[in-house]
Design a protein. Sequence first.
Length: 150
Amino acid sequence: MIEIIVKNSKLITLPRIDDGIDGSISVAENFKHIPFAVKRVYYIYNLLNQKAIRGKHAHKKLEQALFCINGSCEIGLDDGTLHQDITLDTPNTGIYLGVELWHTMKNFSDNCILLVLASDVYKKDDYIRDYDEFKKYIDLRRRRRLRGGN
Ligand code: TYD
């Protein structure tokens, strides 16, 4: 099993109920399997360009959980110090993507469907889309935390 070493992230394994040739069910409940209350669901699909690199941003407050429910893809995680690439290819194994994590989605299989559960509605201002700005933001946050602020 892969180990996640970057900050603010972890693997999530959802229960999997197998009915043999009649299929499987996986379930995600707020605070039980997903460490936040889900307010929004979106999914990424129709990846005709397998060289697509999506994401390339970090969030200030938004928490998300990513599941590749069909096919496979790779999630690049960067907390400003450590970087890690995680392959998602099992529908019931996902990634918790906490705050202040630069992330990319890449190496999509053509049948990939990436399901994302999010802790809030879409807010443009929550995005940091420039890597240098991200580094400055997390350094500022780190200094504030050291001074005892939030
Ligand atoms: P973005 O979050 O940048 O996608 P990705 O991280 O997969 O590359 O969003 C791409 C576009 O879709 C952007 O114009 C904003 C829009 N969008 C919404 O309107 N609502 C949403 O909930 C999401 C996730 C994106």
